[in-house]
Design a protein around this ligand. Structure first.
Ligand code: ASP
Length: 582
């Protein structure tokens, strides 16, 4: 054995025991007659001590030759430290080194292997194996492991079966772009990597598996936005003979279980909100409800008072930044600049200060008398000391901009505490989305989502009006997962494809395998998938998913460590039938 214990294990009770520890040299302090080494492994740091007279000269000389990240093994008794270190779990003891072996020398690492490193992002990714030695990255991976173990335990206890589905599947034109893999044995033909195991898990329901899950890699060749990975992991689930309510309860249960087991946080029952309300009160389908600041629509009180901007707007809508009436000119200008940024897209910002002395001051005093402004304040239930912020314009755009402003103001006011968790379900999404460029409907979730029973009759008359039997779980303004009750009837599925603009032939070509399966007794079924990388980030109160992935890609989709994607040699191309060697 190259060790008897780990570097995170020994305590005061172990004093007197002779141990062997192995690990990496974090630091060496040489004070002449005495020398200390901080020895690190995955489990912690233990201090080694060498003293002239107590350790052999040869051992001391090995110690003096050490530098950062050398791999060593040290043997000796556990002794009590004279100067204890309360910051580490092994801080009461040290090892008096009698034998020391250099197991492997290390080059000087390109950045410091400490909690706060001097390494930039790109460098850390290039040497990710060194980055993972750092406690924050390692603990992120440990959290990921805990979440996956607890997910498996919970789902197993409810009879879910983990079934693997293939990675080499068939490309479909719907949705985000597929990564494709050329088939050497079938020249000119390609597999696609799955964007999700959606159709397979539905086939597993037809197959009678009843409850399926998989912690599974999915691949999407989308243009990379910040914090998107071309390959990512989902907790993918499906159940038979269930209603929407069963799914919500089962997976609310999963998330509650995970928070309780992993963070010791007890979540209350999740509130539920319709998509329509989410848009109306928060301007987005994944509202952050850690704080209030709901939208108040003002059309009925602000129009026809002579202010052209409001008169011509489709929607005038605002939020109440409680307690902010003392905002300075500079702060208000900064908010105006914020909403006018092209990504936000508002043309201006109107404010109303509800002063502490009961008076009002607005940026549109010219058009609105104090009694009118009092009506605004009343609509918001505003108190003296509050600040109302108002945007106006086209309804969708204005809601979107106000949603951004709401988050921005909340951030400034410290209302987005990453340690507070406010989950909710968002329900009743529209089934279809009209695409103006292509002049056709797209499935908002995916083409297998069933309409709400009450809305089925609109499928043939007014498809845009149909609400989906779909649900998203949202936490702190982030979509954690989503799914739907599926169509399990061949005729309805066919109708759906036809609304999406597929000819019968195209539908048969691409999804024939699913529609055919539906002819052999498909049970009613429903499911959902959680973004597992994102889940890890949320549990840690972090924005970025990258540190929860052992070997992530950078923002241009590159793995800078293994240098991928890369060109392949021409022989390989020829074998794959991708090019002719001239
Ligand atoms: N497959 C869906 C997705 O990846 C989730 C689901 O409907 O289960 O978003």
């Amino acid at each position: 054995m190259l060790r008897t214990n780990t570097c995170g294990e020994l305590r005061i009770e172990n004093i007197g025991k002779t141990v062997v520890l192995s690990g990496w040299v974090q630091k060496v302090r040489d004070k002449g007659g005495m020398l200390w080494i901080d020895l690190r492994d995955r489990y912690g740091i233990t201090q080694l001590i060498l003293e002239e007279g107590k350790s052999d000269a040869a051992v001391l000389s090995v110690a003096r030759s050490l530098s950062r990240e050398d791999v060593i093994s040290a043997e000796g008794p556990v002794i009590e430290r004279s100067a204890k270190n309360a910051n580490i779990t092994t801080g009461d003891i040290e090892i008096q080194v009698l034998k020391l072996t250099l197991l492997n020398k290390s080059k000087t690492p390109p950045f410091t292997i400490e909690d706060d490193t001097d390494g930039g992002d790109e460098l850390r990714m290039k040497y990710r194996y060194l980055d993972i030695r750092r406690t924050p990255v390692r603990t992120a991976l440990e959290l990921r492991h805990r979440l996956s173990i607890e997910t498996r335990k919970y789902l197993d206890s409810f009879n879910f079966l983990e079934v693997e589905t293939p990675y080499l599947i068939k490309s479909t034109p719907e949705g985000a772009r597929d990564f494709v893999v050329p088939s050497r044995m079938n020249p000119g033909e390609f597999y696609a990597l799955p964007q999700s195991p959606q159709t397979f898990k539905q086939l597993l329901m037809v197959a009678g598996i009843d409850r399926y899950y998989q912690i599974v890699k999915c691949f999407r060749d989308e243009d990379l936005r910040a914090d998107r990975q071309p390959e990512f992991t989902q907790i993918d689930c499906e159940m038979s003979f269930v209603t929407q309510e069963d799914v919500l309860q089962t997976f609310e249960g999963l998330i509650t279980h995970l928070f309780s087991k992993v963070l010791n946080v007890q979540l209350p029952a999740f509130p539920r909100m319709t998509y329509a309300d989410a848009m109306r009160y928060y301007g987005c389908d994944k509202p952050d409800i850690r704080f209030d600041m709901q939208f108040v629509e003002m059309n009925s009180i602000v129009k026809e008072k002579g202010f052209p901007v409001f008169d011509s707007a489709e929607l005038v809508v605002g939020i109440n930044a409680a307690g902010c009436s003392e905002y300075t000119r500079k702060q208000l200008d900064a908010l105006t600049d914020f909403v006018k940024k092209p990504q936000i897209g508002a043309t201006g910002l109107v404010y109303l200060k509800c002063n502490s002395d009961g008076t009002y001051k607005s940026s549109v005093d010219k058009f609105y008398a104090p009694e009118e402004l009092a009506k605004w304040a009343a609509a918001f239930n505003a108190k003296a000391g509050d600040l109302i912020l108002v945007l106006a314009g086209g309804a969708d755009k204005t809601r979107k901009a106000l949603s951004e402003l709401r988050l921005h103001v909340a951030e400034e006011l410290g209302l987005r505490d990453p340690k507070v968790f406010k989950p909710l379900w968002v329900l009743d999404f529209p089934l279809l989305e009209w695409n103006e460029d292509e002049k056709r409907f797209f499935a908002m979730h995916h083409p297998f989502t069933s309409p709400l029973p009450d809305d089925v009759h609109y499928m043939s008359t007014d498809p845009g009006k149909v609400r989906a039997n779909a649900y998203d779980m949202v936490i702190n303004g982030v979509e954690l997962g989503g799914g739907s009750v599926r169509i399990h009837d061949r005729t309805l599925q066919k109708q759906m494809f036809s609304i999406l603009g597929f000819t019968d032939e195209e539908a048969q070509n691409q999804f024939g395998f699913l529609m055919n399966a539906f002819e052999y007794g498909a049970p009613p079924h429903a499911g959902l998938a959680f973004g597992f990388d994102r889940m890890c980030a949320i549990f840690s109160g972090k924005d970025s998913i990258r540190d929860f992935i052992a070997f992530p890609k950078n923002n241009s989709g590159r793995d800078v460590m293994i240098d991928s994607p890369s060109v392949i040699d021409s022989k390989q191309l020829v074998d794959l039938g991708l090019t002719i060697n001239k």
